[in-house]
Ligand binder design. Structure first.
Ligand code: SPV
Ligand code: MN
Length: 625
């Protein structure tokens, strides 16, 4: 930490800029952190804002941000109290994978999946884009904490942005950190600098100059010319990448996972974490009726003193996909979206101050306002494509503690003990709805072999089957091989390893889904029973699958459904030929990676078991066999 004397010198420099009110200066004097002040001085000289406002954790400052979002017209009020709507630009509706790059020092090895650029020239380029980017605008300086306050899991973070919407989203999504900075002057913290860039009608004008650069070396992220939260909200997926690097170095897990309690018989509560690629059922699983939620997107998992894995949510809110949230399929979220609370909708359709989204189960107006501006049915966008009334990646932002299904342990600084890891894919053809791995290492193999249909959560995404290990490929700052080794090592250190499951809600036959949206509740309850020793299972070459009799009872009891043997046979057939093809693809990927012998052993054994099954049963194996 730089000494207080230096902090004072920077305060003098800040005073000289004439951009800070005495209240903002006072807040920085109280912090007394030279590095914080230095970052602000540098950001001012680079971005040249009109005004700089420093925010604390106070309700008054939270109110300031809410009002500023409305005053700047970055958000608009809706009919229900506390609800607002924000629109991102037409070409700024999802994560921009192409322009999200790691800045790597010269000579550092680059993994093939890493979109990376040379650090020095990358910084030069992005600082060039930041130059004057806040002219005429207000720069907001904020402090947060990734993880529960006062927890050993947690990471302090500082955000500078010129977007009141980004600032507002972060006050909902992350725990406040000013007081923490003031009391502890943390040795290290993550730093995020964002500018929406030049605006036209409130939207980023130079979208072709959108850049999102992650400086692993400096624990910093620079993101410019964008507004969509996946690109702009530094603490979310951008900070997540920095957290993964830290986790790999310190032997804990930073995961693209929900954290939830599954409520079993006799009031038994069992904690699970679950990783799913974006828009593949992660949030809707965590929001299932009868269960309680801790987090829906980013989990930090560490070994506790008793050798058990403990998890916390890095966030305190949800930035969830709104498509298909309706009373029938997602009743808890639907209730949350239709009752008063602080809530930001993004990229939905608005008519008469009411939001509309795809799959909401209501009649949609013929016109209104959406992410193109004034919208009417049948209209085409600047790219000549029909403009949907709402974007498939339209979202909502809210605080978990305001939900009726919030778990009691959300703020527990020690985290919750995790008994199961769930890995989910959007796979129409190959994977069974639920399977338990044969061991931790086999579970790591299943998780690192995930293949899933891409979705609108990324620009240009939708419909291709992509390799996505641990649902985390987009966010990995290290090679897949390094990540797999890290998992194996983490498991070795645990005394009580979570049981690893794989799920697939999207299996199809003749183009039709084989399962209903709420069937996932049965898979979840089966996994809960399994980790607690309630159910037997059938061993297959890819792991343990449920017995028909157990599922049939669970379907009846929890969904009031008659689950037939025919349903079961179709869903739980082991597609040996498809699996063999899949593991050949996986083998190819790992032939280019440096991985530990334990993992190679799992891969070789997996293939051998499938080859054996093919000899005995042919292309498809049924449970009766
Ligand atoms: C995801 O796409 O996985 C999200 C939203 O959770 S974003 O912030 O865009 O990453
Ligand atoms: Mn996510």
């Amino acid at each position: 930490m730089k000494c207080n004397l230096e902090a004072v010198e920077y305060i003098e420099k800040l005073k000289q800029t004439g951009k800070l009110t005495s209240r903002s200066l006072q807040k920085l004097i109280l912090l007394g952190d030279a590095r914080v002040n230095e970052k602000i001085v540098n950001a001012i000289s680079l971005c040249k804002p009109e005004k700089v406002t420093v925010l604390t954790d106070s309700p008054k400052d939270a109110e300031y941000i809410r009002k500023l979002s409305l005053r700047n017209k970055e958000e608009h009020r809706l009919a229900i109290s506390g609800h607002t709507v924000h629109f991102d630009g037409y070409f700024d509706q999802a994560r921009d994978k192409n322009n999200t790059r790691y800045l790597l020092p010269e000579g550092m090895k680059r993994s093939s999946h890493l979109n990376a650029t040379d650090r020095e020239s990358g910084l030069k380029e992005i600082f060039g884009l930041f130059d004057g980017s806040m002219k005429g605008k207000e720069m907001l300086v904020m402090f947060f904490w990734l993880g529960p306050c006062g927890s050993e899991f947690s990471i302090p973070a500082m955000q500078i942005t010129d977007s009141a919407y980004v600032a507002h989203s972060e006050t909902i999504l992350f725990r406040p950190g000013y007081e923490f900075f003031r009391k502890t002057r943390p040795e290290k913290f993550f730093f995020f600098l964002h500018s929406a860039g030049k605006l036209e009608d409130g939207k980023t004008a130079e979208i072709d100059k959108r850049r999102i650069y992650i400086d692993l070396h400096g624990d910093s992220v620079y993101t410019v010319n964008n507004q969509y939260a996946g690109n702009s909200v530094g603490l979310k997926k951008l900070g997540f990448r920095l957290a993964i690097k830290k986790a790999v170095e310190e032997c804990w897990l930073a995961e693209h996972m929900f954290v939830m309690a599954v409520h079993g018989p006799n009031k038994r509560k069992t904690y699970f974490t679950g990783a799913f690629p974006s828009a593949c059922g992660k949030t809707s699983t965590a929001m299932l009726p009868g269960q309680t939620i801790i987090g829906d997107d980013i989990a930090y998992i560490r070994k506790g003193k008793d050798g058990t894995a403990y998890a916390v949510n890095a966030e305190q809110g949800i930035f969830g996909i709104i498509q298909d949230v309706n009373k029938k399929d997602d009743p808890i979220t639907h209730m949350a979206l239709t009752t008063p609370k602080e809530l930001i909708f993004s990229n939905v359709l608005v008519k008469d101050r009411k939001p509309y989204w795809i799959g909401m189960g209501e009649d949609i107006p013929e016109s209104g306002t959406n992410f193109i501006g004034k919208w009417h049915m049948g209209m085409k966008g600047p790219d000549g494509k029909p403009v949907p009334f709402a974007h498939p990646n339209a979202r909502y932002t809210l605080r978990i503690r305001e939900l009726e299904n919030a778990d009691t342990e959300i703020e527990n600084p020690d985290g919750v003990p995790v008994k199961g890891f769930i890995f989910g894919v959007r796979d129409p053809s190959t994977s069974v709805p639920v399977v338990q791995s044969l061991s931790w290492n086999h579970g790591v193999l299943l998780a690192s072999s995930m293949e899933s249909e891409t979705t609108s959560a990324t620009i240009g995404g939708g419909g291709n089957i992509d390799y996505n290990p641990m649902a985390n490929l987009d966010f990995l700052p290290v090679s897949v091989g390094t990540y797999v080794d890290h998992y194996i090592k983490f498991g070795k250190e645990l005394k009580n390893r979570p049981v690893i499951f794989s799920v697939n809600y999207f299996l199809k036959e003749n183009g039709q889904y084989l399962n209903g949206m709420l069937d996932k509740k049965v898979w979840l309850l089966w996994m809960e029973g399994r980790v607690n020793g309630d159910f037997d299972a059938i061993e297959t070459p890819i792991g343990f699958i449920p017995k028909y009799e157990d599922l049939s009872v669970l379907f009846k009891e929890h969904l009031g459904k008659d689950y037939t043997r025919d349903d079961y046979e179709k869903q739980f057939a082991i597609r040996v030929d498809m699996l063999l093809q899949k593991f050949s693809r996986i083998e190819k990927i790992f032939s280019n990676e440096c991985v530990c012998p334990e993992f190679i052993h799992e891969l070789v054994s997996q293939k051998a078991r499938l080859q054996e099954a093919e000899k005995l049963y042919g292309t498809v194996m049924h449970s009766k066999q």
